[in-house]
Structures are given as C-alpha cells and as structure tokens.
Write a protein that binds this ligand. Structure first.
Ligand code: NOJ
Length: 539
C-alpha cells in the first residue's frame, strides 16, 4: 500500500532534482570547460546517486558575460558545450536511464549580442525596439543626463545603460550585457513562448525559470523606495527595495501562460526562481483553476542561519504559508550560494543532507555537495564571477560554488579535463573525489546514496506528512508519516550528546545514522542525524 501512495504523486513531487552546472561537470574535448558529451559520460554517477531529474544551468549560445545567463540564441546550443545533436543524444541517454531533464529558461533578459537586441538598439523605430525597455534620460538640475529612475542592478551600479547611438537608456536588472526583455510587448511574448515550445517539442521535461519574479516592471517605472538601513558595506542592490522593479501582478498572467503550455505537453514541470518572503512566494503556485509554477523555489535553508530554533521556525512558517494545493520544495545549495559545507562545516553538512532529504517536499541537490566540497580559495587573478569583479570584497563571489567536479584522485585535473580547468579544483581533490568516496562507506557520497535510497523505499519520507516534535537549542526532531509507516528524524546540530526521543515516543530500529557505526540507544551523538522507525500509533 505504501508505495502506491507515493505512486499517486506526480514524479516531481516524489522525486529529487540534481542541478548540474555544465561548465564544471565534465569536459570531454580538453578545453578546460565542461560540455554536454561530458555530462553524458558521467550519467552513471547521477543514476547511481538515486535522483530523478537533472536540471542543467544554461547551455545556450552565450558570450558568457554571466556564464550562460546571457543568452544570445534561445534555441541553440553554445559551441563550448556541443551541438543540438549532442543535446538530443544527451536527452535520449537521460531518458534511457529513466531520468528527466530540465533546462534553464532565462526570460527576464537576453544577451546584448542576441539578434533581437542588436536590432532593437539599431534605431528608435526598429520593429524590435519595444522588445526591450528603452527610456529617455532625465535631465538633472545642471542640465546633466541622468538615468530614468533609481533602480539598481543586482550586480551593482545603475540598472540603466546609456546608448549613445540612439540617445536613450536601456534597462538591465543584471549586467549591462543582459538587457531586460519587455514582456508587455505581445510579439516578444509570443517569441518567448515559442522558445518553450521548441524545447518541449524536443522532449525536455520542464524548466527552471530564471529570476521569474523580475519579468514585469511596474507601469511607468517609478523609483524604488530607499532602504534606510543600507550601508556601503552591503550589496549595492539592497540600497533600494525592489518593489517597483519586481513582483508585479502582471507576471502571474504570464506564468499562467507558461503553465498552460507546459500542461498541454503532459507530465512537465516548471520550477520558478523567486526570492520573496513566504506570503509573496506562495502566490506563484497560482490556484487550482489557474495554476502557475509547480514549484516556486524555497530558499529558506540557504538564506537563514543554521540553528535548530531557526530551522523549526522556518519549516513551520513555510508549511503554514503553503496553500492546500501547493507542493513544498527545499534546497541547500546552488551555483549562486556558498557551499553548504563551507557555511556550516562538513560534520553539519551531513546533518543538512539528512534534513534536505527528509523534509516534506521536493529536494534539489547541487553537484559537488554530495562530496562535501567546502570552501575553495580563488586567487584574485583567477576570479571569474562578474558580480565579484564589480563589487570585490563584499563576499559575494560565486566562483567557490562553481568549481569543477573532482572525479578521481589519480588523474590530472581530477579527471575533469585534460587541460587546466576554467576555475581551480577544490584544494583537497586528491582525497575528496567521486572515485575515492565510492570506495568509502563512511563518505558523504555514501550518505547521500543511502538517504536517497531510503527516501525511495519509504513513502513516508517522499510524500508523507510532517510533524514537528521538538526544537531545542541544538536539536530538531520531527516525524514523517504515511499510512501505517511512521518515521522519526532526529538531528543534533551541536557538539554534545543529546537524548533524542521525548519520553512518550516509542522508537523502533535506527534506519540510518549520518555518522554510521553503532548508534547509542536513545542518544544522538554530537553532529549526528538519525532516521528511526516509530512503533505504530495504536500498538
Ligand atoms: C539567477 C542565476 O541563478 C544567476 O546565476 C544569474 O546571474 C542571474 N539569475 C541572472 O540571470
């Protein structure tokens, strides 16, 4: 009965997503940058982890000003990564393993080298002028030329770039090489929906949608309110509250169109990248009659401190905010955030893995976290991330999370490439790599595999109800239940042993410990997470 329960859920509810950052997964042609053929070669690793779907960060033709998030052709493949034939082969290989493949759809902005923008900037009366957001300057008190409003790019500086040739500014929420598209223009909208069709027709199983809450701006482009708490030590983006440049009601109608299109292809999924507080975030599920994305990314575990009371609060707040039809999701790492093991240390990263894979909702894993890769020092002359280059010293660098996968300890460049890789490897790659961890039953990789296998076996973990039992200073205890199956998860976030079960809870055998070895009855060892069977409620 139990597994039928899980099977009643669509794949994207019971499954697990694995994010691949293509530049850093596997190089197959010796240029130091990963590619599609490399991913195909390493599918065995993804399959053996026990995940269900792969999300690929952008693989489209791009000048790489923002490493693929500046798209110059939405319907092609960047030559560094391969060809459309390589893509079709990869997709077939992914499907042959029973896995799904999600692409990264970047609707807020294109590259400034996209033919649409080249046309748009060619003259004020070009037919594609209105596909982007162009405005006249404001003339200051001394006759000086000023940007149309006070919006700030997420990477620092004004969000407006002056275009001498046509005497107007264009808007860019990110780099100047990433002009924002104008979703209020019906032709642009049609063209961008055609992009989704193109990939859906090829057989992709869905999309992660980049900065979805940015895609429409308030009519008239009014100034954003100033943040009175901002100091020059903070990210420049946060000087203003982005209330007029993001999260507009019109974006929901567009998202509904994305969803209708995806649904017309059957079993596809849309995951929205949306950074908003819970009450605004959950609006992106839409309603049962007018659904929007299946999963608005929940970044709570990335954005909050790692302590038990905070975790308990954010889990309960999120669960309470979800509409009855909204399926939860969780993530602890991605290509934009510090590595989980760098943030909380390797011992707690094991506990975090257990948390991620035992919470209610679809987890997304980020490549390399299954090895426990931690901080990777990036020498100043090796920095690649454009955000870090624009605002050095604020700790905003994303390169340390984007370093190549270490596959082996006994091959040059960890088996990632025959050439020096585009970013350095983790300094401990000779000991921290896939082949080495495969041989070690106590490794982080072994833990991830065990957690994923248990999640697959136990519907209570994949789709069961969540119940918080206890959150104290260093301890988080909760149940996952489905039908007769009742499991207890107990996590020790501290350095001292702790009893894990309140007196009244009758626990059965331990199914998994993050530490391995023999758990002590009734005790959580320091840094230990446990999954246990609970005796049936009625027994
Ligand atoms: C979010 C992506 O994850 C990030 O890497 C990128 O720089 C921005 N969106 C802009 O596309």
């Amino acid at each position: 009965m139990a597994s039928t329960l899980a099977m009643g859920h669509p794949w994207w509810e019971r499954g697990v997503v694995y994010q691949i950052y293509p530049r850093s997964f596997q190089d197959s042609n010796g240029d130091g940058v990963g590619d599609l053929a490399g991913i195909e070669r390493r599918l065995e690793h993804v399959g053996s982890l026990g995940v269900d779907a792969i999300w690929l960060s952008p693989i489209f033709p791009s000048p790489m000003a923002d490493f693929g998030y500046d798209v110059a052709d939405y319907c092609g493949i960047e030559p560094l990564f391969g060809s459309l034939d390589d893509f079709d082969r990869l997709l077939a290989a992914v499907h042959a393993r029973g896995l799904k493949l999600l692409l990264d759809y970047v609707p807020n902005h294109s590259s400034d080298r996209h033919p649409w923008f080249i046309e748009s900037r060619s003259s004020r009366d070009n037919l594609k002028r209105d596909w982007y957001i162009w405005r006249d300057p404001v003339i200051g008190p001394d006759g000086e030329r000023l940007p149309p409003n006070n919006w700030i790019s997420d990477f620092g500086g004004s969000a407006w770039e002056w275009d001498e040739a046509t005497g107007q500014y264009y808007l860019h929420a990110f780099l100047a090489q990433q002009p924002d598209l104008n979703w209020r223009n019906p032709e642009l909208r049609r063209a961008m929906l055609d992009v989704l069709r193109f990939w859906l027709d090829r057989g992709v199983d869905g999309f992660r949608i980049d900065v979805l809450w940015h895609i429409v701006k308030a009519e008239g482009l009014p100034d954003n309110p100033l943040n009175p708490l901002w100091t020059p030590r903070d990210n420049e983006r946060d000087r203003v509250f982005q209330v007029n440049s993001t999260d507009q009601p019109e974006a929901h109608a567009i998202t509904r169109e994305f969803r209708q299109l995806a649904d017309s292809y059957g079993d596809r999924v849309l995951i929205g990248e949306i950074f908003l507080p819970n009450e605004r975030l959950v609006a992106w599920y839409g309603t049962p009659d007018a659904p929007e994305v299946h999963l608005p990314f929940n970044f709570a575990l990335i954005e909050n401190p790692w302590d038990a009371p905070t975790l308990a609060r954010l889990i309960l707040d999120y669960e309470a905010a979800l509409p009855p039809w909204g399926w939860p999701n969780w993530v602890i790492g991605n290509h934009d955030s510090p590595r989980i093991a760098a943030r909380i240390g390797e011992a707690q990263a094991r506990v975090a893995a257990m948390l991620l894979l035992t919470l209610r909702g679809t987890p997304t894993l980020y490549q390399g976290d299954e090895l426990g890769i931690a901080e990777v020092p990036i020498p100043p002359d090796a920095v690649q991330d454009p955000r870090e280059l624009r605002q050095p010293g604020l700790g905003l660098g994303r390169d340390p999370a984007r370093t190549p996968m270490p596959w082996r300890g006994d091959e040059a460049h960890a088996g990632f490439s025959t050439a020096p890789p585009w970013l350095p490897l983790n300094p401990d790659w000779r000991t921290r790599n896939v082949a080495g961890q495969e041989r070690d039953p106590g490794s982080m990789l072994a833990l991830y595999r065990a957690l994923l296998a248990l999640r697959r076996e136990r519907p209570a973990l994949a789709v069961g109800a969540f119940g918080l039992i206890e959150a104290s200073e260093h301890k988080l205890v909760y149940t996952r239940t489905s039908g007769d199956e009742r499991l207890l998860v107990a996590l020790n976030l501290g350095q001292a042993p702790l009893p894990y079960a309140p007196e009244s809870t009758r626990t059965g055998p331990v199914l998994l410990s993050t530490l391995g070895g023999t758990p002590e009855p009734g005790i959580l060892r320091p840094d230990e997470g446990l999954i246990l069977e609970l005796e049936p409620a009625s027994a």
